[in-house]
Design a protein around this ligand. Structure first.
Ligand code: ATP
Length: 135
């Protein structure tokens, strides 16, 4: 079994899509190991997105992720990392994500793509430590 960090980003929370995201996670057969509504401090956002430091969209990304509440979750199950990324769909909600995925069904713009899911075992371990140090 594997663990992944899932975020419902501020656009997903403000649009009332938390239930939809959690529901799809549960219906897929994945389990919630932690779940929390929280406000993201700038320092946490910078660490979370450190790999994007220097990119054109970095400042906008930090402004966005700190612009409202997020739901952070640790999701567990067989191949949880890939399984959640399948539920999320590709980064660009129109060009990459297909209908039937969260981003494909509910997203329009890459910056406002509703959810985050860790992209590897290494990222998942790093991100879970960052968001849930006591887990
Ligand atoms: P996430 O890491 O949030 O799950 P991802 O792995 O699909 O998304 P990354 O390439 O890691 O995508 O980008 C991280 C986030 O940065 C994206 O989810 C999106 O919100 C934002 N982002 C990426 N590319 C762009 C872009 N060209 N313009 C604006 N925002 C972008």
């Amino acid at each position: 079994s594997e663990r992944t960090l899932v975020l419902v980003k501020p656009d997903g929370v403000s649009r009332g899509l938390v239930g939809e995201v959690i529901s799809r996670i549960e219906r897929k057969g994945l389990k919630l190991a932690a779940l929390e509504l929280r406000t993201v401090q700038r320092a946490l956002a910078e660490q979370h997105y450190a790999e994007h430091d220097g990119k054109s969209f970095f400042a906008d990304l930090l402004d966005f992720i700190t612009s409202g509440q997020v739901v952070a979750a640790v999701v567990e199950g067989p191949r949880a990392i890939a399984a959640f990324r399948q539920l999320a769909g590709g980064t660009d909600p129109v060009e990459k994500a297909t209908p039937g995925t969260l981003r494909g069904d509910f997203g329009l713009e890459t910056q406002f793509n509703l959810v985050h899911g860790s992209d590897s075992v290494e990222s998942a371990e790093r991100e879970i430590k960052l968001w849930f140090p006591n887990l």
